[in-house]
Design a protein around this ligand. Structure first.
Ligand SMILES: [Zn+2]
Length: 250
């Protein structure tokens, strides 16, 4: 085979892989969108939380929940896009459009904004937005759990002056509540994951483990994530607001 043939083959393989990926992305998005629609239309827990948001004075903006491509990130989804509301510097970095508010999604972008905030160069706030990672979901139930998880964060942001970006106890608390109330730590789910240890106290252990993982994703809180979760645990694990009791005990 000549060199030319090799190049052509490599190119066509790359082109085919690219096309296959595009097709998979489109299919993932379609499936995820379908899960979200079904959740909005049929999942009573999702509907209950959306109604509570309205009653609490935080009507969800249209398109509150959307599916996005999270690449290789292991996350199921997230709440809030970090937004720079005020840049104190007169000369913004040249890769940012000064006329636009700046939204950060990646860990690196968030770290940069956090550093700017510490130096007094920028003010940050969280936009009420829920994103679900389209390629992440095993099935519809899994997607609906992620929706409930993020809606618990939205409820917490609405009912208190919570500042999870800089207050690590706040962040630990809302993660404990979201893990606990979403059903992500139900024993059936964990049985499927092969993590079912002892029956008693299992839910609590799972909530702690998963909440600590989420807190670690915040660079401000990563170092002592387990301690923050421990400190907030007792109070926040039994706080089932806006449910009267744990929704999975029905
Ligand atoms: Zn969370």
């Amino acid at each position: 085979m000549s060199e030319g043939d090799d190049t052509t083959t490599a190119e066509s393989i790359a082109a085919r892989e690219k096309q296959a990926k595009a097709e998979k992305d489109a299919k993932d998005r379609e499936t995820c969108d379908k899960y979200v629609q079904k959740g909005l239309n049929w999942n009573v827990t999702v509907q209950f939380l959306l109604e509570r948001l309205v009653q609490l004075g935080c009507p969800p903006p249209p398109g509150l929940i959307r599916c996005v491509d999270c690449g290789d990130k292991p996350a199921a989804g997230g709440f809030g896009v970090v937004e720079e509301v005020e840049a104190a510097t007169t000369l913004p970095p040249k890769d940012r459009d000064p006329s636009k508010k700046y939204c950060a999604q990646t860990q690196k972008e968030i770290n940069t904004l956090l550093a700017d905030q510490r130096d007094g160069k920028a003010k940050l706030k969280l936009l009420p937005e829920i994103f679900l990672c389209q390629q992440h979901f095993r099935d519809e139930t899994h997607a609906h759990e992620a929706m409930v998880h993020e809606l618990i964060h939205a409820v917490d942001m609405c009912r208190t002056k919570m500042d999870p970006m800089t207050n690590c106890i706040h962040m630990a608390c809302t993660e404990i509540r979201a893990e606990n109330l979403s059903g992500e730590c139900s024993w059936i789910r964990e049985l499927g994951n092969g993590r079912m240890g002892s029956f008693a106290g299992h839910g609590a252990k799972c909530v702690k483990r998963r909440a600590a993982l989420s807190v670690k994703a915040n660079p401000n809180c990563a170092e002592k994530a387990d301690e923050y979760v421990e400190a907030a645990f007792e109070r926040c694990f039994k706080d089932t607001f806006p449910f009267d009791r744990h929704p999975n005990l029905r």
